[in-house]
Write a protein that binds this ligand. Structure first.
Ligand code: NAG
Ligand code: NAG
Ligand code: NAG
Ligand code: ZN
Length: 420
């Protein structure tokens, strides 16, 4: 479906088509043991269950469930000894509250000048308008690079900040998972620091180039604003359902362990083939064509983690000491702001096995030896809906971490590990 048809549908059916989350519950299991994780594993790809926090040893899993499935799955989880309890009784209350808050802030703010509204979530059009404004206002620093289009035809715009040629750069992708709305504000804040507040940050721009792909999954992001707040994937239809998990679609140990028939409707469906999603293909083409980029940071939520390769194996990457040292330094910078502590380690060891992620692709296939995923904090019991009042602290913390990342940009690419 092209964007025209989409807009038309949105106009015709806006109120009716907004997914009604009335009665959807967020369940939390007990703290899981090794055995519990094994017993819950077969449930991960059930399309009735949306795992907001994946099962892992020593933590509780969190699962969103529709009212019509709640009784059955609570009984199932109970029979497995996982002691599910309801931590949000009706998630639609949070969705509604968030929407009202955004409308209230929109009315309040006087968007005079070019400042982005850094204190609330911005929709796709608002973010693109900001990109246009900031590039017009700071033409000597900001270049907007059109790296391609989404499935529905929305632009993939990389904001490049540079004050001279020949420098190495750091690349950020955010909102590749549509519902993770807390990511783009941290990138917008960084852009603002490097333009409006450049006087305080001149050395950061003198040293390196910065690249931000603010919305890496524009169709999904748009969908999460106008139809389904908790949409995660792209919007390209497959045989059975709609959408691919773009952060499983990169050509790096793609779909290992996956059963494609069963997975088409799941939240982590990796696509029909590597780079089936134009968004992921565009990112990879751009990264491969831009060797000056020697550091990669994927911005996600939620969970307070700084992750590095690998996701596909529990083995440690060859330069694990370097990866870990920079992550520790970034975490210390975050903690210095207001005491927040992130957990650090490889994706597979700290979180779960993940194949075909942008982070690991950048490391293994593009030779970017420092490649990270930062999982930003969630909103207490609201998961993906942190209140807007949380944004400024997350922005301030991330900015400190981003500065640490930028201070460690490698001087060249190098490939430690090629398994293909
Ligand atoms: C959402 O669903 C609930 C219960 O099924 C219903 O009472 C409510 O009116 C619906 N809300 C909207 C906006 O359709
Ligand atoms: C995938 O799942 C389908 C449906 O359960 C099954 O028929 C098929 O054999 C599985 N394929 C593989 C490769 O395991
Ligand atoms: C900083 O942390 C303290 C203690 O946890 C908390 O009460 C306070 O709200 C935090 N500050 C901000 C700006 O969130
Ligand atoms: Zn994510």
């Amino acid at each position: 479906m092209k964007i025209g048809a989409c807009l038309l549908l949105a106009l015709l059916g806006y109120a009716n088509s907004y997914k009604n989350y009335s009665g959807f519950q967020l369940l939390q299991t007990k703290v899981l043991t090794n055995r519990d994780v094994d017993s819950i594993a077969p449930l991960i790809d059930f399309t009735e269950l949306d795992f907001w926090v994946q099962p892992r040893v020593g933590r509780s899993a969190e699962i969103l469930i529709a009212p019509e499935h709640a009784i059955y799955f609570k009984a199932l989880l109970n029979s497995l000894g996982l002691e599910p309890r309801v931590i949000v009784d009706d998630i639609s209350v949070h969705v509604e509250r968030e929407r009202n808050e955004i409308e209230r802030l929109r009315l309040l703010e006087k968007r005079g000048g070019r400042d982005p509204a850094l204190d609330r979530f911005l929709n796709f059009e608002e973010i693109m308008a900001y990109v246009d404004e900031v590039s017009a206002a700071f033409p000597e620093i900001v270049t907007v690079i059109d790296i391609g289009s989404s499935w529905e035809g929305r632009p993939l715009k990389v904001v490049k900040l540079s004050n001279g040629p020949g420098k190495k750069g750091i690349f950020f992708d955010s909102a590749i998972h549509a519902r993770e709305w807390i990511g783009p504000p941290t990138a917008l804040f960084a852009i603002n620091e490097l333009t409006e507040n450049l006087a305080d940050n001149q050395a950061l721009l003198d040293a390196n180039d910065w690249y931000f792909l603010l919305i890496a999954n524009p169709d999904g992001y748009h969908h999460s604003w106008v139809q389904d707040r908790f949409w995660r994937k792209t919007r390209r239809p497959n045989n059975l359902c709609v959408g691919t998990d773009p952060n499983r679609n990169f050509d790096q140990h793609w779909a290992e362990g996956a059963n494609l028939t069963e997975w088409e409707c799941s939240a982590t469906y990796p696509g029909s083939e590597p780079f089936s999603e134009p968004e992921c293909k565009a990112i990879s083409d751009f990264i491969l064509a831009t060797p000056a980029i020697t550091m990669y940071v994927a911005i996600h939520s939620y969970g307070k983690y700084i992750l590095y390769p690998w996701g596909h194996t529990n083995d440690l990457p060859l330069n694990v000491n370097e990866l870990d040292a920079v992550a520790q330094e970034a975490n210390a910078a975050i903690t210095a702001v207001n005491g927040t502590v992130y957990e650090i380690g490889t994706t597979a060891n700290v979180l779960y096995h993940a194949f075909g992620t942008s982070n690991d692709w950048a490391y293994e296939q593009a030779g970017i030896s420092l490649a990270y995923t930062i999982e930003l904090p969630g909103g207490g019991l609201g998961g993906f809906n942190p209140p807007a009042s949380d944004i400024s602290l997350v922005n301030a913390e991330c900015w400190e971490a981003f500065k640490v990342f930028a201070a460690n940009i490698p001087i060249s690419r190098k490939t430690f590990y090629l398994s293909k």
